[in-house]
Design a protein around this ligand. Sequence first.
Ligand code: ARG
Length: 653
Amino acid sequence: MNILEELRSRFREPLSQWVDDPEPYLAMVRRAQDVRFGDVQANFAMPLAKRVGQNARELATEIVASLDVSDLCEEPEVAGPGFINLRLRTDWLEQATASLVTDERLGHVAVSTARNYVVDYSAPNVAKPMHVGHLRSTVIGDSLCRLLRFQGHRVIGDNHIGDWGTQFGMLIFGYKHFLDAEAFRREPVQELARLYRLVHQLSSYHDARRELPAQQEQLAQLRKQIEAAEKASDVEPKQRSRTLKKLRKSLEEVAERCRQLEAACAAVESSPELKSLADAYPDIAEQARAETAKLHAGDEENRRLWELFLPSCLDALQRIYDRLGISFDLTLGESFYQPMLEEVVEELQGKGIATESEGAVCVFVEGNEAPLIIRKTDGAFTYATTDLATIKYRREKLKAESILYVVDARQSEHFRLVFEVARRWGFGNIDFRHVRFGTVLGRDGKPFKTRSGDTVGLESLLDEAVARARAIVDENDDAKPDGPELDEATRTAVAEVVGIGGIKYADLKHNRESDYVFDWDKMLAKNGDSATYIQYAYARICGIFRKGGVDREQLRREGGTIRIERPVERALVVQLLQFPEAIDAAAVECRPNFLAQYLFATANRFTAFYDECQILPEQDADRRRGWLLLCDLTARALKLGLELLGISVCERM
Ligand code: ARG
């Protein structure tokens, strides 16, 4: 049972005596932050009183009088200006916990109406560096699929890979001009990555060379303006400092841009080899674009190269997914939708939704200056056209009712427009959601980059996580009072689980919308908000059962009473009973961090309980049995919860 939802629903009737729509007030029934105020607190009396013109405390008292929660709670208490405090009854807690012992879902009840979800996640751009942003999408998206499926929905996880973009023109150009055939034969993906980087570097070099003079000019102008402003004597001091502040800010921005451009130039000019290539191909960017255009127009040679490149690029991605233990139900890349794009544009034009404007086909969306372009002046279709075709396919072929896009927050505008156009087009019955996320930052506060900045870099990042985890596993095992327990193979396996789990958890524990700093030490901290800590709590419980020679299956079968005698027991029980709430909150809001938080708190409650209760030596057989049942429930909650985040556990660590 989702206790919070249950208690909310008990307020619905009493509240509807006062307002037509009680829902916003029901949302103010929450878990209490402090046990002194009970387990659940209703804070709606104050705003409601204001609205209906009554005294809040009296209103709260009246509502409580018609509230029926006696089966779950002690007598409700009205506190302060009108808070309603609810405290779960001990006997109810004991009986509810006992009923979890044989419940595989740990009290969670599946939804009564299952929906068809398509979750669009991971979606790296093939042949282009897969960066940590795609790792974020992959990890969050995977967890959302697991959560929604656990809730009872039908979920299709779809990896909408970018396998048709402009990067292929760059690759094709690189392949035709700079190929190291021997390297390509040996390590195709690495050679393709090299070609991509080379073409990218040369074309950015020319761009930078072109842009630099104007930026330098602007820099000089700003310096002059600042000098003038500093000297100006006829300006009011406040006004002057405002002006100066603005100018200096612009100066800083332009200076930064100049530094970037100069660095891009220096990188090429400092290498005679690169410089001569740059000189030999001054219009490399246009030529690469032309190769893309040829590919899209069906040019045979370019199509052949695309088909040659794709499999090894996909293999490289697959290695990452295997390592992460992540799989998709579908991998329909952008190329899959190409045959449908023409029709999308025709339909939208036919319905008068899209119109021609300066040679391009556009949809104008109110409140938005720039239109959504679905066909460019040169005839090329866009990222947006593909997304619209994808929506139609997902609705008509996959029967999607909800589509979640787990994509970087920087694409918010794109999705806002695409959803709006899709609604006008007739897909208003789909519940669209951009599940946006922030940037992963390095210690310096700038976007985090792996050393080589590509898929290979991402793989070495995972390697590093596992290597660091291995050091922790070794240290921990070596320090065990009765000597090390793990053999070499086990240590290797544990390090993989800890390392990969650490990376995933670090991502999932943050509010996805905020940026976060990538920090190895926090990620693998044995004592702290990390997967490692939760995994160790799990292994510790397994150790108790091993040491006590307890058969968990049998323990569950035989059952027993769980008595609540101490605050640490009550706290753990109340925590365990919140499992369904954590799942539902994480799934409904698409925020796996709610579940991560829950698991961390559960591990903490368990630690407090375990510190105080000597389980195996306990003489009172019933009490010992009750404690063992609590251990079993905790271990199951941790394991299942981590599994829904896509993180594994080990029985021994
Ligand atoms: N490949 C895109 C990128 O890396 C993300 C695709 C997201 N999904 C979508 N349907 N647009 O930016």
